[in-house]
Design a binder for this molecule. Structure first.
Ligand code: CP3
Length: 385
């Protein structure tokens, strides 16, 4: 069969020899090159097979924030529908935007276009996402009385458009990729609703944590049970794996992570695994180098690392049970095509064979050239262990 992979990645065909084969560490005993594309052997998406530790010929690849922001086709939709809430709460727009990167790049994961804050209005926390400013919470939660007013989330009543969109996406993508749902983790959601929006020093949530911990714990508890329900709902409607974003957990020192984030992540995972034992859960926290050993304690299936960690070291520190996702610096996508190719190969080689989802270490940055994103996917999909 003629290779569909263009000459732009021909440099990859020179096979890389990695660490010498060893029976004790079979994960690190492969060569990496471009092989002939093969027909899918399994009916399950590659991403699910990789997470489950099945034999795969290459790492699956998708990019955080692949939908929206940098895509011209998204900006055209933004001109017509300037409100983020409308774009993310209208089924047709959600489906169209989620499918934009799928149609152009064919990633192995298709993430729902939505936001971690989307459930908030259904929890009686009014918010908006304002262009140039980011999230705005109109009445920040600061007291026990404010926490009282926060309602438990009922996804089927509050966000039926999410379920409908996931069901349509699942049909459209047809197992050629995995449909990915996501939620915000309790601490990260709490940081937005207590701070009133994005924050630099997280002083308000820390004031609450360190002076009225019980108040914060009752808010975190509400988010944990609500997000567990939300994950179950997304899975029932079509999501094949769900990523939990605890983007700001690493603002906590390890001892505070153990008090204000870890127990709630565990609670979510335990609750979801009771009803959906086979649903892969991915955990992302940016800047998590200091917390790596603690992240698998949550019980998730995959830990997503940012680029400040050497992925081979990260993998050793995570242990063998958990799969790893990441972790190319999003800034690499501003480099030359050759540089992008080298960094992909380096990351895949360091991550080792199997149980790896190739991704960036955080979301794609606005302004990233789409042709570089195309190159990233082309190279990544042409790799073979
Ligand atoms: O492609 C995808 O990854 C799916 C879509 C997605 C969005 N937000 C759409 C969005 C996802 C997965 C998120 C998650 C999210 N939202 C996180 C966790 C991931 C991370 O970056 O750590 C966080 C912290 C938020 C909160 C949020 N939403 C912020 C801080 C902002 C403004 C700043 C920014 O990053 O642009 C948003 C707005 C937002 N969410 C946009 C998009 C495409 C940009 C606004 C727009 O397009 O109008």
């Amino acid at each position: 069969m003629a290779s569909i992979y263009s000459s732009s990645i021909s440099s990859l065909s020179a096979k890389l020899t990695l660490t010498p084969p060893s029976n004790r560490h079979p994960r690190f005993c492969c060569s990496l090159g471009v092989a002939e594309p093969q027909a899918a052997i399994s009916t399950e998406p590659l991403l699910l097979n990789a997470v489950r530790g099945k034999e795969v010929e290459r790492p699956p690849v998708w990019l955080m924030r692949q939908a929206g922001r940098y895509m011209k086709s998204y900006q055209i939709i933004c001109e017509k529908y300037p409100s983020f809430r409308e774009r993310s709460e209208n089924v047709d727009l959600v489906v169209e935007i989620s499918l934009q990167p799928w149609k152009v790049f064919q990633p192995d994961g298709v993430i729902l276009f939505s936001d971690i804050l989307t459930p908030l209005s259904g929890m009686n926390i009014p918010f908006d996402i304002v262009k140039g400013k980011g999230p705005v919470i109109f009445d920040p939660v600061q007291t026990a009385a404010d926490v009282e007013k926060v309602r438990e989330f009922t996804p089927e009543e509050s966000v039926p458009y999410v379920g409908e969109a996931l069901t349509i996406l699942r049909k459209e993508v047809n197992n050629e990729a995995a449909v990915l749902g996501f939620v915000g983790a309790p601490f990260t959601l709490a940081s937005y609703v207590v701070e009133g929006g994005s924050s630099k020093h997280f002083s308000k949530i820390k004031r609450l944590a360190f002076s009225q911990p019980k108040v914060l714990h009752s808010l975190l508890q509400k988010f944990a049970s609500s997000m567990a329900k939300y994950i179950q709902y997304q899975a029932d409607k079509g999501a094949q794996a769900v990523q939990i974003f605890d983007s700001w957990a690493t603002e906590l020192s390890p001892v505070d992570f153990e008090e204000f984030s870890l127990p709630y992540l565990k609670l979510i995972v335990e609750t979801v695994k009771r009803t959906h034992p086979n649903l892969p859960l991915i955990l992302y926290a940016s800047g998590s180098g200091g917390l790596i050993e603690r992240l698998p304690l949550t019980g998730v299936d995959v830990v997503s690392l940012d680029w400040t960690v050497d992925i081979a070291e990260g993998r050793r520190r995570l242990g063998t049970d958990v799969a790893v996702q990441g972790n190319v610096d999003p800034g690499v996508l501003f480099g030359s095509k050759e540089f992008i190719t080298e960094r992909i190969k380096d990351t895949v080689r360091k991550a080792g064979k199997g149980k790896h989802i190739l991704n960036l270490g955080h979301g794609i940055v606005v302004g990233t050239p789409e042709e570089n994103v195309a190159h990233f996917f082309e190279v990544a999909k042409g790799l073979r262990y």
